[in-house]
Design a protein around this ligand. Structure first.
Ligand code: 5RP
Length: 247
């Protein structure tokens, strides 16, 4: 898929997700290049008189949200989140997902678990039969991170410290990321639980099916796939002009 086609798909998914936003909602806003389009859409909703406030999952999303005129709140300033919308790095047909490519996995998980409803948005390349193409990110304390990496290796994984521009990548929480790959036969489901038990590990990017639906941008438009097992509070009206597939 060309870069242009992929960007168009992200944009379509973000636009369709924005149609679930209602006036006065408290939103959870994720992180990443798909969420970039979502934030632009939310900014446009504000101009059209639909006013929301948001808890954001990263400093980059905060900056963009503020520049689009979206009021940003701290978690301690809100008692609930109506709807969280975020991207994914890969997702299987049972809605298990890997996130954290943008390094915001810990705040993303906190916000997703707080929200009444979660929608994940993506381009088609994110749909996989089996998780494992994208390394599993784990946010770790800088203190003794090498010990965490050793422990992960004992569990059959290979941990690579994330770097950016030749320097150790630091999360917005001041931690490091280990990107973990596994030998064939070890599933993320099995591994994530064990990795989380390592004391230096704060969280992994393995997400349970917390979303009520996913919205996938395709060549033809936005396709919605409903997660029947996640009965969250649903908005009164469905998004217009999208296919709704129930699984
Ligand atoms: C950030 C994330 C992102 O949601 C994920 O990496 C997807 O990003 P993009 O929309 O740029 O592909 O988990 O931590």
């Amino acid at each position: 898929m060309s870069k242009n086609a992929r960007e168009k798909q992200k944009q379509m998914a973000a636009k369709a997700a924005a149609s679930y936003i209602r006036d006065k909602m408290t939103l959870g806003i994720g992180t990443g290049s798909t969420v970039y389009y979502l934030i632009k859409e939310i900014g446009a909703l504000g101009t059209a008189g639909i006013n929301v406030r948001a808890v954001v999952t990263s400093e980059s999303s905060r900056e963009l949200a503020i520049s689009c005129g979206i009021p940003v709140c701290l978690p301690e300033e809100v008692d609930h989140i109506d709807l969280a919308i975020d991207g994914v790095d890969e997702i299987d047909s049972s809605f298990y997902a890997v996130k954290g490519g943008g390094g915001a996995l810990l705040r993303e998980k906190i916000v997703a678990y707080k929200a009444d409803d979660v929608i994940w948005i993506m381009d088609e390349s994110k749909l996989v039969e089996r998780l494992g193409r994208f390394p599993l990110p784990a946010e770790v304390l800088p203190f003794a991170y090498t010990w965490a990496a050793e422990r992960i290796e004992e569990l059959g994984g290979k941990a690579r410290l994330r770097e950016r521009n030749g320097k150790i990548y630091g999360t917005d929480n001041g931690n490091y990321i280990l990107d973990v790959t596994f030998s064939p036969g070890i599933t993320y489901h099995m591994a994530a639980d064990k990795i989380r038990q390592i004391p230096e590990v704060l969280e992994t990017g393995y997400f349970n099916p917390v979303c009520s639906r996913i919205i996938v941008g395709t060549e033809w438009g936005a396709k919605e796939i409903v997660n029947q097992r996640q009965s969250r509070k649903r908005p009164e009206t469905e998004a217009d002009g999208t296919d709704d597939v129930e699984v």
